[in-house]
Design a protein around this ligand. Structure first.
Ligand code: ADP
Ligand code: MG
Length: 387
């Protein structure tokens, strides 16, 4: 994110509110390298931050008023009273930042109001977590402006609560933690049970590789039923197996666990995905730590098959992306994010990037799909103050 972007957002703030903002903050979207749908099963995930960010210019207020404006949404400034904020009362984009303020106040933090203007380069609804970027940038700004002294993982928890309770979307903790805690040149190995973290060096360019994001342009919506159904199925599996969360089923015990689930085929499939996916995250971490980066390709492909066949959240556009990329020489590829659309990632040798991009674009055209948006994902910095 450039200095010019921060300046532009600050200037627009001044136009809207008639005074300079107290500061400007940025928080990124994310791509998940591996570890899908594990975050609400207390499992492992491995996201990294994108260069795409939500940028917010913010000033504090003391009169219990919250004013919100987004460059990316039609309409003017929305004015809310903090005392009126109530869960699931708002079906607009303003529920995300208002929810963060609500969650902070609910947790006892003295936030007394704010003026906010924001602009984001994170594509919305593309599985790249524009919602978490929006939440985290507000949380970080308020943390600084009201001197709350909260750490990144604590802000992530509050943002998750905002999205779960205030917005009403039953999301896990990965997206917010990624946006708050990722570091440039690294992927974040995160244990979602206790939020313990390890930064894993992930600098593909130095090794002659690239990671492409293919945004299929198929819009998903987390709030819709399928995500909730998977979540409920995972909880049912854990209950049937007598564990707190599927995280507690060791990979070595998978066959025995599946046998105990009897003929509930759907729950068996969900359990198999979660248990094998946690093992894949651990395998990817081990490979990256031992410098065998190219060897993660097949693990990504296994992950895609598991999401397609066991978890059943892929779609024709995502499958076509993965199949075409692999047929054109990619080292690995898989859908990423919540599923039913959104984006896929492709790991490739630098020399193969153009051919893969062309092949995927042509395959979409031949299938009559909307043209995909392909871009390179460079592991970037997490949330920070930029002005
Ligand atoms: P994702 O997080 O995968 O992009 P979500 O459905 O979780 O998708 O979040 C998308 C929602 O976040 C949008 O519908 C909108 O309400 C909000 N949002 C994202 N970016 C912006 C923005 N720049 N300005 C206003 N609202 C935004
Ligand atoms: Mg989201």
């Amino acid at each position: 994110m450039s200095e010019a972007v921060a300046e532009k957002v600050a200037e627009r703030f001044a136009e809207l509110y008639g005074a300079e903002p107290r500061g400007v903050w940025a928080a990124p979207g994310r791509v998940n390298l591996i570890g899908e749908h594990t975050d609400y099963n207390d499992g492992f995930v491995m996201p990294f931050a994108l260069p795409h960010t939500a940028v917010a210019a913010v000033s504090p207020r003391e009169d219990g008023v919250l004013r919100l404006h987004s460059e990316d949404v039609e309409g003017g400034v929305t004015e809310l009273r903090l005392d009126d904020l109530a869960p699931e009362s708002d079906k607009n984009w303003t529920a995300y930042p208002a929810g963060v303020v609500w969650a902070l106040r609910e947790a006892g933090h003295a936030v007394t109001g704010a003026d906010v203007h924001l602009a984001s380069t994170v594509p919305s609804g593309a599985g790249l977590s524009s919602s978490a970027a929006l939440e985290v940038v507000i949380a970080l700004a308020l943390n600084d402006l009201f001197a709350l002294g909260l750490r990144g993982w604590q802000l992530a928890r509050l943002c998750q609560r905002a999205e779960n309770v205030y917005v009403g979307a039953p999301v896990g903790i990965m997206d917010q933690t990624a946006s708050a805690c990722c570091e440039a040149g690294h992927a974040l190995f995160l244990d979602t049970r206790d939020l313990s973290q390890k930064q894993i060096p992930f600098d593909l360019a130095a090794e002659g590789m690239r990671l492409l994001v293919v945004d299929t342009q198929v819009k998903h919506s987390h709030s819709e039923g399928e995500y909730g159904k998977r979540r409920a199925g995972c909880e049912k599996g854990a209950a049937l197996l007598g564990v707190d969360a599927l995280r507690d089923v060791p990979y070595a015990d998978l066959d025995a666990a599946l046998a105990r689930l009897g003929d509930d085929e759907e729950v068996r499939r969900l359990v198999r995905h979660i248990v094998t996916e946690n093992e894949r995250v651990e395998r990817v971490v081990a490979l990256l730590e031992s410098g065998r980066t190219r060897a993660i390709g097949p693990v990504l492909v296994e992950g895609h098959a598991s999401l397609r066949d066991d978890f059943r959240i892929s779609c024709p556009e995502l499958d076509l992306t993965v199949d075409t990329a692999l047929a054109s020489g990619a080292l690995g590829a898989r859908m990423t994010g919540g599923g039913f659309g959104g984006s896929a990632i492709v790991l490739a040798e630098e020399a193969d990037v153009d051919a893969i991009t062309k092949a995927v674009t042509e395959a979409f055209a031949a299938a009559g799909f909307t043209a995909p948006r392909v871009f390179e994902a460079v592991p970037s910095a997490g949330a920070r103050r930029v002005r």
